[in-house]
Design a protein around this ligand. Structure first.
Ligand code: SF4
Ligand code: FES
Length: 351
């Protein structure tokens, strides 16, 4: 069995932004149920022992935790490369200086658009865009490498070239352009977010033209695909997440699969969760696969696609991902594209 490459540490679900494409589960963990600093410290030590090389400190908004500096220090002391995935709106020079001293290695900063008005409509937080620009500047001044994360969809794809220009102007070494994946809260906003085929083709053209001047990672949308992505590199193969309440997950969206029971770090070790938990073994390898995947030449390439998407669209996580044209459920994607016709977001309130 492979060792997990990276640990996604979801420190909290609290966040000052209200992005309609949030992949966190519809039911969020309250602050009182979050893991403590000491529990996170144990998670990092066990992750390093398991073979993880890096951790993504994420959320929600990780800097909403008052102990974010101590948590970063614990991850660093465990020997993990530390990457802070942040909206940037709570970062100031003092906090960044303490994080850097604690061993922070890298920052990924999200932007919702290059256009301030649209960005703040999408993120649901007035004033956020200017704070992000300041955060980017502080990160560069601290000498830390910066990646800009841009989640793209029907309401901001017309500004994709401007988003690429923004990433360059803000000093990013890398830009991640990721089309929305529809699980968690994003599914509730799917009709407002799904891009048209023409938008997707234009986005792909723009990204390809900009490559070379800036390192761009491009995550394409499933709804226009004929074959699925190898989600997580295969369930329980490369990826490990710990949710704010301590649930140990094979993917950040796994809690959207209702009825599945996940091990919790308060009851077990990370080693036992990874190696022995039924939830991790359920979709490992190829033996579990249904008919179109069994014997398919792509079975060990895409691993039958995404379990969370199979559950979201068919009600059964053990089905072939409908993004595959060979799935008997493939038509649900075309139906969703046809119905996507609103420009109104559903926001959720949580702090
Ligand atoms: Fe992948 Fe299954 Fe489709 Fe084959 S049938 S391409 S393994 S999802
Ligand atoms: Fe969970 Fe794809 S997002 S398996």
């Amino acid at each position: 069995m492979n060792a997990p490459l990276a640990l996604l540490a979801e420190l909290t679900h609290r966040c000052p932004l209200r992005c309609p494409y949030c992949s966190n589960p519809a039911e969020l963990t309250r602050a009182s149920a979050e893991l403590t600093t000491a529990e996170w410290s144990r998670v990092f030590t066990e992750a390093a022992a398991l073979g993880c090389l890096q951790t993504h400190l994420s959320g929600g908004e990780p800097t909403a935790r008052r102990d974010i500096v101590d948590i970063t220090a614990a991850a660093h002391q465990a020997g993990l490369y530390t990457n802070l995935i942040t909206a940037g709106v709570l970062l100031d020079a003092a906090l960044l200086s303490r994080l850097t001293a604690a061993g922070l290695d890298h920052v990924q900063l999200s932007v919702q658009d290059a256009d301030t008005t649209n960005a703040e409509n999408i993120g649901g937080m007035p004033g956020a865009h200017a704070r992000k620009r300041t955060a980017a500047q502080l990160v560069r001044e601290a000498g830390l490498p910066l990646t800009i994360n841009a989640v793209v969809h029907r309401q901001n794809l017309h500004n994709l070239q401007a988003i690429i220009d923004l990433a360059r102007a803000w000093g990013a070494a890398r830009l991640e352009v990721a089309h929305v994946q529809y699980y968690g809260w994003a599914l509730a906003n799917r009709d407002a977010l799904l891009p048209t085929r023409a938008q997707l083709d234009e986005a792909t053209r723009i990204v390809n033209a900009a490559r070379g001047e800036l390192r761009i990672d491009y995550v394409v949308p499933d709804y226009h695909a004929h074959r699925p992505k190898p989600c997580m590199g295969g369930w329980g193969s490369r990826f490990l997440a710990v949710a704010p309440n301590g649930d140990v997950l094979p993917c950040h969206a796994a809690q959207s699969i209702t009825g599945m029971v996940f091990p919790n770090i308060r009851d077990t070790s990370l080693h036992d969760a990874w190696h022995h938990a039924p939830a991790f073994n359920r979709f490992r390898g190829t033996a579990w696969m249904p008919a179109p995947c069994q014997g398919c030449e792509r079975a060990e390439i895409d691993w039958g696609g995404c379990r969370c998407q199979a559950f979201a669209l068919t009600g059964d996580a053990a089905n072939t991902d409908p993004a595959c044209a060979l799935s008997p459920h493939h038509a649900v994607l075309a139906d969703a594209l046809e119905k996507a016709a609103t420009n109104t977001f559903r926001y959720r309130e949580f702090s």
